[in-house]
Design a protein around this ligand. Structure first.
Ligand SMILES: Cc1cc2nc3c(=O)[nH]c(=O)nc-3n(C[C@H](O)[C@H](O)[C@H](O)COP(=O)(O)O)c2cc1C
Length: 335
């Protein structure tokens, strides 16, 4: 299976592992790139020196290309310059539409992936020179920029721009990938499914929660968890924290029940408090299930913890099968 995305990124399988703060580290990114897909490492919360280290860590594990993910709601200029200096292959820009950032990255020789939530934003990104448009649907796990569902967003974006469009949100298996390609996407951007990879750096209890959850057990919140930047709606598994908050009438921050309660400790020993935006890492202790367990609506399709390379292989194989068999069975009189 070869799409325009494969050509732009020099990859064999049009599957991108989404940047996931606290969950997608160098091992996951390298495994996906080595498997013929494309990994994206989130380094937006790191000072410049650690951005350089993060790039070096991925390079120590793979000689394949990958992208660095930066967050445009923070000062990004120095981090971007580090990516340019280090000659990373691509940069992924999210949470904001800044033509200046896209132009600066292009001028520095990087392939630019711009995450958007509407066709209008896609046009702005494409006009500024973005090479790849990531259309993030509302089903997505983590921080959700857009309000439109993937099914409606992707074709609208495909019609709006003459660039490869990557579908994100709710895609967790080969059927989802096949559907995205039928909508005109050139590839898929997958987060939640890779939370159940062996390489994901999250706590076992979080992974088990992902395996158990049904499609109706994630919720979209305007501001349940205290995200580090303003206006950052998010989707996570419903849990005891969201239940407490809902039972109290969904109050705004400042009035939520048990604010400030320590519910666990980071591996460093620092406390994790209720409503904190924190992705529990492997060595976190405490009430893991009460923490911010980001997940998208495709969670019900995630049934097994697998090596990331196997996930890439399985999704690619099943998408190809779905496309071939579906088309043949619908029109078998013409085959
Ligand atoms: C645990 C988690 C952390 C995330 N962190 C980031 C991030 O740091 N940067 C980013 O651009 N997107 C982030 N996202 C969103 C993903 O890039 C992606 O859009 C989303 O996971 C796609 O939907 P899916 O989870 O249904 O596959 C995160 C998602 C999850 C689940």
């Amino acid at each position: 299976m070869k799409t325009e995305l494969c050509t732009v990124l020099s990859i064999e399988k049009p599957i991108i592992s989404a940047p996931m703060g606290g969950a997608a580290g160098p091992a996951l990114v390298a495994a996906v790139s080595d498997a013929g897909g494309f990994g994206v490492i989130p380094l937006w919360d790191k000072p410049v020196e650690q951005v350089r280290n993060g790039i070096a860590e991925v390079r120590a594990l793979t000689s394949r290309n990958f992208a660095v993910n930066l967050n445009l709601s923070f000062p990004y200029e120095d981090q971007l310059q580090a990516c340019i200096d280090e000659q990373v292959f691509a940069v992924s820009l999210f949470w904001g539409m800044e033509p200046a950032a896209i132009k600066a990255a292009k001028a520095g020789g990087l392939v630019v992936m711009a995450s958007i939530g509407t066709a209008e934003e896609a046009r702005i990104a494409a006009d500024a020179g973005a090479d790849i448009i990531v259309a993030q649907g509302w089903e997505s796990g983590g921080h959700v920029w857009g309000r439109v569902a993937t099914m409606a967003l992707v074709p609208a974006v495909v019609d709006a721009v003459d660039k490869p469009v990557v579908a994100a949100g709710g895609i967790a298996d080969g059927r989802g990938m096949a559907a995205a390609l039928m909508l005109g996407a050139s590839g898929v951007w997958i987060g939640t499914r890779f939370l159940a990879s062996k390489e994901a750096t999250i706590h076992d209890a979080y992974q088990q929660g992902i395996l158990r959850a049904s499609e109706s057990q994630t919720e979209w919140y305007q501001d349940l968890y205290d995200v580090a930047w303003p206006n950052a709606p998010h989707r996570a598994l419903a849990n005891s924290t969201s239940e407490k908050w809902r039972n109290a009438g969904s109050p705004t921050p400042g009035d939520r029940p048990d604010e400030g309660e320590i519910i666990g400790r980071r591996p460093s020993g620092e406390p994790v408090v209720r409503y904190q935006s924190y992705t529990p890492l492997s060595d976190t202790t405490g009430d893991i299930a009460a923490m911010s367990l980001w997940a998208g609506q495709g969670v019900s399709l995630v049934r097994e913890i697998m090596p990331a390379a196997k996930i890439v292989e399985e999704i690619s194989r099943d998408a190809e099968r779905a496309l071939r068999s579906c088309c043949a069975s619908l029109f078998d009189d013409q085959v």
